[in-house]
Write a protein that binds this ligand. Sequence first.
Ligand code: ZN
Length: 349
Amino acid sequence: MFSRLARIVILIGLAVTIALTALIDANADPLAKDMFGAEKLPTVGAPKSYGFYSKGCFTGGVAIATDGPTWQAMRLSRNRRWGHPTMIKLIEKLSHDAVEDGWPGLLLGDISQPRGGPMLSGHASHQIGLDADIWFTPMPDRRLTPQERESIQPRSLVNEKTHLVIDRYWTPAHERILKRAASYPEVERILVNPGIKKKLCDTVKGDRTWLAKVRPFWGHDYHFHVRIGCQPGSEGCKKQADVPEGDGCGKPLAWWFTEEPWRPNENPDAPKARDVMKLSALPKACQMVLNAPSPKSEALVTMGDTGGSDNPVARVSVPEMAGSTPAAASAFAPTPKVDIPMPPSRPRG
Ligand SMILES: [Zn+2]
């Protein structure tokens, strides 16, 4: 028989072991968003996406420059200008094509974190470098200051109660930019608010095949979301389902205009998937992605016309920006005269 003292010592020993094991487990399997949210730079090497849009990561990411002649990136503090090089090239191309179509230039929302993965805030997807948000608010004809890029509130195009597009905000240019984005073979889906899908269904004349890629989804009332397919060389990338046949108007859209999709969440405080996703829930490769080396600087992996140290926003002091246009902005083509409403402020939750 053990003495009482011996039993106490054994019990304490057990308790310490259990506590330590729990601690080691927590360290070995942390929350994925904490790990990926802390990464400042991508990995060097070939671009590869691992996993799915809402559960994965990627290597070989590149950033789009904060400024180009036909775009400006918003919310710079989030450091979400990273994507698969094909995604970044596609955004650049869309920005040029959009200007040709009469859109003054793109305001870019989130793409991905430098190595993807779940984020500390917002978005369930955007995890493998193949998703990008683009504002429905066109680029103004001056460079926004870094502060403005944080604070300007985009305007929703959709009435919150009726879920229909607010007609005075909708222009043919909105239709054209969505059609242009849908025209690229790499693009598999464009997510928009159901009200915007309905507006297209009701008004698009002629070729309607591109409407198949435009999918209704909650939110997406002040931006559209462009998703490209898994890219060659990414064997670990999980392909999304093909979009259904047809233009997606009529019956498939009708559900969105019933009460069901808009019922209040029964459990509003339940944690979101990205908030509880452990590192172990991601593809195994994502652990290696976290440990892989970074390039020496962000400039080395920034694409676009004014990346890195040539970035006019970085070089020009804020008071100077506020009153005048920096030299680099002279590359900005004359803004076509199109009737597109500019952003007023509209606070959004
Ligand atoms: Zn998005």
